[in-house]
Each structure stands twice: as C-alpha cells, then as structure tokens.
Ligand binder design. Structure first.
Ligand SMILES: *[C@@H]1O[C@H](CO)[C@@H](O)[C@H](O)[C@H]1NC(C)=O
Ligand SMILES: *[C@@H]1O[C@H](CO)[C@@H](O)[C@H](O)[C@H]1NC(C)=O
Ligand SMILES: *[C@@H]1O[C@H](CO)[C@@H](O)[C@H](O)[C@H]1NC(C)=O
Ligand SMILES: *[C@@H]1O[C@H](CO)[C@@H](O)[C@H](O)[C@H]1NC(C)=O
Ligand SMILES: *[C@@H]1O[C@H](CO)[C@@H](O)[C@H](O)[C@H]1NC(C)=O
Length: 740
C-alpha cells in the first residue's frame, strides 16, 4: 500500500535536486520538530499514506499517522514531524519535497484611526460587506467583547466552510463565525486557555481594528473616549489562534493557513514577525503564497525593529507589508514639580493623583544596600534595586523607561522615567507614570538635587491633536527588501501608534515585566491603547476587506495596487528612511475603492519573478504542483513584475539606465485618457513611453515602459509617477538607492 503510493508520487513528480534544507546541529538521537513543505495540493495523492511512507523510508521503522504533528492537506501539502538532523536531510532529498526546516517560534510584533484615515462611520458601504470574512491569526479573541457582538448579523455567508472548535469556555456567534486553536506541542502554560479564547489581549485588539463593531463611549478609564470601530464593522471574523504565552510556532501558523484558505476567508491578517530571505522556508511567505493562488490577500506587519534601514520582517511580493504611522491624536501625561513647573511625558496613565504633591526622589539616591545594589543600578530602578524605606510613598525618578515594577514593589506612589524620546507610542504602567525626554528628566534631577523637600505630582493622561500626523513611528521596520532589492517594501503605511481597540479584560493593560513575570496590574479593562506594526497590519487588512466588499472578484494584487496607488504620499522630512519607511504612503481606504487603474499580477507572474530570483523550474513545479516553468531570459523578470511601485538598487556613482515594463488595467471610466506625470529630482531622467494611455473600455489593459537614467548623489532618491485622467490620480512611488 505504502509502496504503491510512493511510486504513484514518483510518476507525478520529478526529482528535485534543489530542495532547501536549513538545519541545526543536533546529535543523532535528538529529535525535534521540523516542517516538511511539499508545495501545492495534488488531488491524486492520499496524503496520510504518502506522508507515513515517506517517514518510513527516512526513519526505517513504521511510523503511524499519529506521530505527525500536522498533516497539511487542505490547501497545500506537507507535514510537521519530529526528526533528527540526519533524517531531516534525508527527507529534504525526497521527491516532491520543497523544503525542510525546523519549527521555530515567531513573535507578536478606536478608534479614531479610521476617522483620521477619512473613512467615516457613515461612508458608503455595500450590503455585501457582511459577506466579507477576515481571518485573524493571533492570540485568539475575547468573544464577549462588545466589539464582536452579533446583534443584527445574519447567518454566516454560504461560502464559509470553517468550524468553531468546541470547547467549554468558547462559542462562536454570527460575528465571530469560526475559531480554531493550534498547538502541536501541547505546551500549554497556566496563562493559556485551551480554546480560541484570548488571554493576552493582542488578538482581540487586532481583530477589532480590522472588523470590530461600532462601540460608543469606548475608552481606557476615560482616556481616548470615543466610538471604537473596525474598518469593516459588518464583516465577519474567523479566528485562528496560533500564538500562545510562549510564542507562535511555525508548524501552527502553517496549519492555520492550510485551514483558512480552505475555509473560505477573503483576507488574512497576520501581525506576527520573524522571517527569512528564502520565501519557502518561511511559513508566513509559504502560507501567503498559497493564499494568493486562491485569491486571498495576506496583510502582514512590517516589523518593529526600526528606525534603521534593512530591518523589515515581511517582504514577500504576494503579501501586503504594512508600516506603522501615527494618527492625529497624541496622548500626553503632565508632571508638576513643587516649584510649579510643568513637564509633558508620554504614557497611558489612568491613575489620578488629584494634583496632590508627593515627595520625589532620584532612584540613584535610593539604592537597596542590603541587596548589595549601588546607585549605578538603582538609577534605573531595576526590580529589587531600590530601598523601600527611602522610596515608599514617593515618586521616583529613573534613568530608563522600564515596566514600573521595581518602583511599584518598592512602594513608590508614582514614577517619572527619562530616556531618549521615542515616537513609539504611549504604554500603560501599573502605577502613575510618565516617560520624559532626557532634557526634561535632567531638569527634574536638578530640581531634586537643589531642593530641600522636592515634591511632584503626575496627572491623568490627556490627549490633543497632533498637527504633524501622519509620520512613520520610529519602531516601524524599514526596507530595503532583503530578498528582492528591486521590489519596494514595505508597501504602505497605516496607523500603528496609540491605537485604542478591544482587549481581554483578564489581561494586564500594562506590559508585564519579563523579570518578575507577575501581573501587578489590577485594572480589568475591555479596551486598551497600544502601538506596533501589529496594529497597522489590521488597518491594512480592514482597508483591503473594504475594497473586497466592493470588488469581490479582484485579485490580491489588484486590491494591493488599489491601496498603494491611492495612498497619501508621505515625506522624508518627518519619516526617516523615505519610501523604505512608508512605501507608497499612508492608506486612504475611501479612495482605494475607486483607484481608476490597477497594476494586476497573477500567480504566473510571481512564478516568473521567482525564476528571476534564481528559483529553479523544478522547485517551482513542486511549489505550484503544475507544469509552470521558467520562461526564457528571466533576468529582467524581477523588474517586470507588475508591481505598483518602482525600486532600483544601483552601485554608488554608477550611471544608471534601466527599463521597467508595466501594464495597467482600466477599472475607472470606460473611455478615459491618462497622462503620465513624473516628478523626479535633478540628476535623474525618468521617461514614460507611451506617455498617454487612451482606454476605450473597462478591463482594457495597456502597457508602458518606464526608463530611469542618470546618477544619484544620495543614498535614497525619491521620485514618482502619476497616471492622471483628471478624475483619477494613480500614483506609484519610485525609489533609486545605493546598493548596500
Ligand atoms: C495643581 O495645584 C497647583 C498648586 O497647588 C496649582 O498651581 C495648579 O494650578 C493645580 N493644577 C491643576 C491642573 O489643578
Ligand atoms: C533588597 O534586595 C534584596 C535581595 O535582592 C531583597 O530580598 C530585598 O527585598 C530588597 N530590599 C528592599 C528594601 O527593596
Ligand atoms: C547634588 O549632586 C551632588 C553632585 O552630583 C551631590 O554631591 C549632592 O549630594 C547632591 N545633593 C542633593 C541634595 O541631592
Ligand atoms: C503537464 O503537461 C503535460 C504535457 O503537456 C500534460 O499532459 C499534463 O496534464 C500537465 N500537468 C499538469 C498538472 O498541468
Ligand atoms: C519590456 O519592454 C521592452 C521595451 O519595449 C521590450 O523590448 C521587452 O520585450 C519588454 N519585456 C517584456 C517582458 O515585456
């Protein structure tokens, strides 16, 4: 039986010399979990017997299907299993295997934000909005949240084929139409619910950003008060819980993709980071590739490792990579000293000290000597480093932004922390707290040092309009694209700073210190304000779903193109890294539903792109499960991928001459004439041929060639192309940069 399956497989597949294997050194008997990825689904194959016969060939003894951690079979093929390094290598050489790689961990990287983006509550919404299903891969969801109440929702759309995993503490409704959890190693901690229920808050937060209901008077104890809502309040949510107290395992993420694609979700939202520059050993790139082939766009977070260049964690060309921008609401926390001087810090401080003054002490002046700490430690207010006798009942000044736990345990009534001022957003602390600039912190230190009985108070957080918004958060990861230097990434930016959205009421609203690892925060709240590209990603997903609700048949690339070409341009002045920080700019959901022209890309175009990236025909056939082959002369294929942006990496001071081919599809007005408008700095000549495109029907495609010539005198040079017919302005960013 097993032998028969193997020979059947041999007939179906060629032998693949270029299989990828990424191994770690382990001893002979040391088995650990690996993912064996085998590309697209092939109908002819019975996966259970195929996988076990492959294992038998590699391990030598009989292995039952029960020893597989996962069999991927609904949307693509492969499995997760424990192997030694030698076995993994042997497996990598087998027919039909694309890649074998260890099961690693990935990390997790209102709402006024949708109003700020120009998508008001009363915007036009098609009645089909409630047919849109957003798959959210995260820490689960808090189903009782008002944001997910199903009042007024009909039964799930008929296309839905997913499930609600039965468990004692979780039920779905007509808003949360599906929910499943994935934990192949069963390594549950006391914090984890063994159900799709979210003990962390993160998954609840991102799901409500993408598709939460309208909830009036949402706030964090009065802070940020307003109507919280997602981008698509009528959309349905399908929950795939892949992240746990100990992180998010690759094998689980891939299993969720296998299900979500087959379940019939429209958009996948995955605010999870960690990536590799080989697309087919990265579970998110693999999953998103198969999602794309099934017409599903995957929205991913750019990563939180900015502001340096080349810090991106999401860059597959078939995914949407979303950077984090600010919105026009800025939270601030005032501090008043006994000399009646006011300072402004950053935090989410829900505590009210009622303008009452407390003694203030510098952490460096209060070392816990019994613990053998000196001021070089206590100035940072590390846990245990402060002397309770000196700190109790006082406000402590600390030389770093920490979790506030050292101060709280030492009996402080509040803390003022100083450091390099971030644009990273405000966080909650378990005691009254404000985070100040080094300059203001220095001032406070001097006041303490020069005053006999120094006092201070900390106010509850307030908000005001930030006229400089939007700009890219410092933490947001920057390009260039590490895998394809001539494809611009990230694609665009969306709000990711100080975002108010739903929360798990059993989870701390302040981040828990990894040192004490105890939740000292007793506030149980249903909404929280947090920041990260984790928050910008579901804004991208919600906007993509908004387009999908108007244009259900549009391809993932068409949706992405619509989002990118209608984005609001941003500038280098306020966002370091230029296009590598914001891509095409800040999303403009309302406009994106009517882009005029789209740059479409189909699965075959991505295959040609991969050929141009050096992937062999054999490997690609394994991935696609069909006869796709690399076209002749693939060198230019990276440049000719019909991407809605242009990037060119060039050795410094070389004279540039490069050609990009593109094709646009008319989705605006049947008869229309677009003129190319190029803006380029001196030194660069950018020509578009033809420079006028005249369409006579909808869906008509016209091609053009964009040629860049000249030299660049800076590391990053920005330009743009706009196709303008007087009604629609279809903008693409162009970036030419020094290769590094
Ligand atoms: C707080 O108290 C100080 C001094 O007692 C006073 O000058 C200040 O106006 C008060 N501030 C607020 C916001 O009540
Ligand atoms: C000082 O440090 C010791 C050892 O870490 C700890 O047990 C003690 O509680 C600390 N004392 C104070 C006053 O914080
Ligand atoms: C002020 O700082 C100086 C030097 O840094 C120190 O010697 C002195 O004790 C401090 N005075 C107070 C009141 O903290
Ligand atoms: C591949 O090509 C061969 C010969 O052209 C054809 O018979 C076969 O059906 C194709 N297979 C697939 C999966 O498309
Ligand atoms: C790209 O455009 C050039 C110039 O028109 C043309 O020679 C070339 O064949 C095009 N390449 C593709 C793949 O269309």
């Amino acid at each position: 039986m097993a032998g028969k399956t193997t020979s059947l497989l041999m007939l179906l597949l060629l032998s693949f010399a270029s299989t990828l294997l990424i191994g770690h050194s382990t001893s002979q008997n040391d088995r650990k979990a690996y993912i064996v990825y085998m590309g697209n689904k092939r109908n002819e194959v019975s996966t259970a017997s195929l996988y076990t016969s492959m294992l038998q060939d590699v391990i030598g003894s009989h292995i039952g299907p029960e020893s597989l951690l996962y069999s991927y079979k609904r949307s693509f093929h492969g499995f997760a299993v424990e192997l030694t390094e030698q076995e993994a290598q042997k497996m990598a050489g087998m027919d039909g295997v694309v890649s074998v790689f260890p099961n690693k961990k990935k990390e997790l990287h209102t709402t006024r934000s949708w109003d700020f983006l120009g998508l008001p509550k009363q915007v036009d919404r098609p009645t089909t909005e409630s047919d849109v299903i957003i798959g959210v891969f995260d820490t689960g969801i808090w189903p009782e949240s008002d944001s997910f109440n199903d009042k007024g929702f009909g039964p799930p759309p008929i296309k839905w084929k997913g499930k609600c995993q039965a468990s004692t503490d979780f039920t779905c409704n007509n808003k949360i139409i599906g929910a499943k959890y994935y934990r192949s190693d069963r390594d549950f901690q006391k914090e984890d619910f063994r159900s799709p229920r979210d003990s962390e808050g993160h998954g609840t937060h991102v799901a409500s950003i993408a598709a939460g209901n309208l909830v009036s008077k949402a706030s964090v104890k009065g802070i940020g008060l307003g109507t919280a809502r997602g981008g698509l309040p009528s959309a349905r949510i399908a929950v795939y819980k892949v992240c746990w107290y100990l992180g998010c395992d690759d094998a689980d993420i891939l299993a969720a993709f296998d299900d979500a694609i087959a379940d019939g979700v429209d958009i996948i939202s995955i605010s999870i980071g960690g990536s590799s520059d080989n697309y087919f050993i990265d579970t998110i790139a693999i999953g998103a590739f198969h999602a794309m082939r099934n017409g599903i766009l995957t929205s991913t977070s750019a990563g939180n490792r900015g502001p340096n260049l080349a810090t991106l964690s999401s860059f597959a060309p078939w995914s949407l990579s979303v950077a984090a921008s600010t919105i026009d609401r800025k939270f601030y926390t005032k501090v008043r000293l006994g000399n009646n001087k006011f300072y402004e810090g950053i935090s989410i401080n829900t505590f009210d000290l009622k303008n009452e003054s407390y003694p203030i002490i510098y952490g460096g002046d209060a070392p816990n000597k019994t613990g053998e700490y000196d001021s070089s430690r206590s100035r940072y207010c590390y846990e245990d480093s402060l002397d309770k006798k000196l700190v109790k009942g006082k406000i402590v000044l600390c030389d770093v932004e920490n979790y506030g736990v050292g101060q709280l345990l030492a009996g402080a009534v509040g803390t003022v922390m100083q450091g390099r001022r971030p644009s990273s957003g405000a966080f909650a602390f378990p005691l009254p707290a404000a985070y100040l600039s080094l300059e203001d912190g220095g001032d406070i230190y001097l006041y303490i040092n020069s005053t006999r009985s120094p006092t201070a108070t900390i106010f509850k957080t307030d908000d005001r309009k930030d006229p400089f918004a939007p700009y890219i958060a410092e933490f947001s990861s920057r390009g260039p694209n590490p895998a394809a230097h001539n494809i611009l990434k990230p694609d665009l930016a969306a709000p990711g700073v100080d975002i108010l959205a739903a929360w798990s009421p059993i989870s701390s609203i302040s981040p828990i210190s990894p040192i004490s690892n105890v939740n000292f925060d007793k506030r149980a709240l249903s909404y929280n304000i947090i920041s990260g590209t984790s928050m910008s990603c579901p804004h991208g997903s919600g906007a993509a779903a908004y387009i999908k609700s108007f244009h259900p048949t549009w391809s993932p690339a068409a949706i992405k193109s619509a989002l990118m070409t209608t984005a609001v341009p941003m500038s280098l002045e306020e966002s370091s890294g230029a296009e590598f920080a914001y891509g095409a700019g800040n999303i403009n959901p309302h406009k994106s539903a009517n882009p005029g022209l789209i740059y479409d890309i189909d699965a075959l175009d991505y295959i040609a792109f991969l050929c141009g990236q050096g992937y062999s025909t054999k490997l690609l056939q394994a991935i696609t499960g069909d006869n796709s082959s690399c076209p002749k002369g693939t060198d230019g294929k990276v440049f000719d991928l019909n991407y809605p942006s242009f990037a060119l990496s060039t050795p410094s001071s070389n004279s540039i001459s490069h050609v990009f081919n593109r094709t646009v599809t008319n989705v605006g007005t049947s008869t229309s004439t677009y003129k190319a408008k190029v803006s380029a700095p001196t030194g660069l000549s950018i020509k578009v041929n033809p420079s006028v495109l005249s369409f006579t029907s909808l869906k008509q495609k016209l091609s053009f060639v964009l040629t860049i010539k000249g030299t660049i005198d800076r590391q990053i040079v920005s330009a743009s192309l706009i196709w303008d017919d007087g009604t629609f302005q279809v903008r693409s960013p162009i970036v030419v940069y020094e290769a590094f």
